[in-house]
Design a protein. Structure first.
Length: 269
């Protein structure tokens, strides 16, 4: 399948999700929820078929996983900061509940009891990790990074497992973790505190003084380097799926251009 055809199918799913999420009253008071296109791309991969378009059922399966991720992400945005009005915080909570209802409704429409169980297990793992991070229970950067991996990966990993695509999960896990670390790095650069940066600062803090941002960035960069190397090794050794699927997987990587550039320099050298 050509990338343009695959992209067209992803566009259809993206538009369906966007239409379902739209709520004029919520839009008036809170930001429109972010629809992570990378997640759509990866959730679509198990249904890659060069002969046909994605079915209505497959679109609902993918949308179900996306609604769940968006609902959990929305609840994570709820703060106790006085900078946010009480009404805004209340509406953010209600928005998360509303998006959760879309998840349950769409999942019920698919009639797949096994998928319900799979995604319920994902929710449990995600919430356990978030509680540990909020309570600053992580004792090392590696442990914190693993919690982030579980939070980012549990939904798509259980999704892949349900659809018998287990061989993809290790590579998928590293890729989603890498994407999240990119976001956390940007948050640090923009002096925006997140559940991750707060937990990371707690691990690295050696005194009552705030942890220097350069130290936090260095820890994130080190984690990103490790994950990128793992991804490169897996792409070289495992080559998941069909050649077309592997090509698309590489296309969606956030550092695929740098891999190609490094290879070019090596060949020229």
């Amino acid at each position: 399948m050509k990338f343009t055809d695959y992209n067209h199918q992803a566009n259809i799913i993206h538009q369906y999700i966007e239409d379902q999420l739209h709520h004029s009253y919520l839009k008036e008071y809170i930001d429109q929820p972010h629809i992570d296109r990378k997640r759509i791309n990866y959730l679509l991969l198990p249904f890659l078929n060069e002969q046909r378009m994605v079915t209505q059922q497959e679109m609902k399966w993918i949308s179900t996983a996306m609604f769940l991720h968006i609902a959990l992400e929305t609840h994570e945005k709820v703060t106790i900061s006085e900078r946010d009005s009480l009404k805004e915080r209340q509406l953010t909570v209600l928005a998360g509940v509303y998006f959760s209802s879309l998840y349950y409704r769409t999942l019920a429409e698919t009639g797949d009891l096994g998928l319900i169980e799979a995604l319920s297990n994902a929710i449990k793992k995600i919430n356990e990790c978030k509680i540990s991070m909020y309570n600053e229970e992580c004792s090392s950067v590696d442990e914190l990074t693993e919690y982030i991996r579980i939070i980012e990966t549990s939904i798509p990993a259980h999704f892949y497992e349900f659809f018998n695509q287990k061989d993809w999960i290790p590579l998928l896990s590293d890729t989603f973790l890498y994407n999240r670390l990119i976001q956390e790095r940007l948050a640090l650069i923009n002096s925006k505190e997140t559940i991750f940066t707060g937990a990371l600062a707690s691990i690295l803090r050696e005194s009552e003084e705030p942890v220097d941002r350069s130290l936090l960035l260095s820890a994130v960069d080190h984690a990103m380097d490790k994950v990128q190397k793992d991804i490169e090794v897996q792409l070289h050794e495992k080559k998941p799926g069909t050649p077309a699927a592997r090509e698309l997987f590489v296309e969606f990587l956030p550092f695929n251009e740098s891999i190609a550039t490094t290879k070019l320099y090596a060949e020229e050298g």
